[in-house]
Design a protein around this ligand. Structure first.
Ligand SMILES: [Fe+2]
Length: 265
């Protein structure tokens, strides 16, 4: 089973640039070109939030147009740049979304690996938060299928990345989530976005990974007093490959077309 995992496209209204500088719409189209060229084709596509930059209907129209290129099911969660209700209103007929409350999703038993989208966003805030209600919801979901390999998808990482200027806006309450993950052996991965670059770290005894953005990368500045910045680094997405008896491998897939195939050996 193959799961393509994209994040933080920050799409804009048609013809507009991200931060007035970067054509995030064209970059997302390039990411979809790379995704559509994969063989075998991914079984499903997940997008880990910040689908758009300003939360407007015109931006979600760009999302709709782009996602219609994909033949496989798409599951999405919001990020801090999304507007929860505009997101719900504009995308409800394209992707599966609840009628009210947080925009969690659950692929249930449709595929060998289950993906649970865990909406930790706080409307109007850039940080995320694990609430009693959302933790109870997740606990109930995990109790339903204790033997099925499962990945959790959330936007803000529930851990510090070491980049202080973005850690101010992490998901708070991570200790309780880590304890919950540690109690459920079938949780294979915790997947996040938000920091616009790949990172891997232990969490609740499992692996937590952040997906790179299809648009810009947040500067890899690990000094304590670093100032925030972004760079147009090579965009990428993750491809999670699960094989029965072989476990779950995660590949980092650069976006673009590259010279090759060249002779091997
Ligand atoms: Fe983002």
């Amino acid at each position: 089973m193959l799961i393509a995992h994209l994040s933080d496209p920050h799409l804009r209204a048609k013809g507009e640039l991200y931060q007035g500088l970067v054509d995030s719409n064209a970059m997302f189209d390039l990411a979809l070109d790379t995704l559509l060229a994969l063989r075998p084709a991914p079984d499903l596509v997940i997008i880990g939030g910040d689908l758009v930059d300003g939360g407007t209907e015109a931006e979600y129209e760009t999302v709709r147009t782009a996602l219609q290129r994909l033949g496989q099911p798409v599951f999405v969660i919001p990020g801090n740049h999304d507007d929860r209700e505009t997101f719900r209103r504009c995308l409800h007929d394209l992707v599966r979304l609840p009628d009210e409350g947080p925009l969690h999703f659950d692929t249930h038993a449709q595929w060998p690996v289950r993906v649970i989208g865990f909406d930790v966003t706080v409307p109007g805030q850039h940080y995320g938060e694990i609430t009693e209600a959302s933790l109870a919801w997740l606990e109930q979901r995990l109790a339903e299928r204790p033997d099925q390999p499962t990945m959790l998808l959330m936007h803000q990482p529930p851990v510090d990345s070491g980049m202080g200027f973005i850690d101010t806006y992490k998901c708070f309450g991570g200790d309780r989530l880590a304890a919950l993950v540690a109690r459920h052996d079938n949780v294979e991965r915790v997947l996040c976005g938000h920091i616009h670059r790949f990172m891997q770290i232990g969490f609740g005894g499992r692996q937590l990974m952040t997906a790179p953005s299809t648009t810009t990368a947040i500067a890899l500045r690990l000094e304590e007093d670093a100032s925030p910045a972004s760079f147009v680094e090579p965009p990428a997405f993750l491809l999670h490959h699960w094989r029965k008896g072989g476990g779950l491998a995660t590949h980092w897939v650069p976006v673009g077309r590259f010279p090759g195939p060249l002779p091997f050996f």
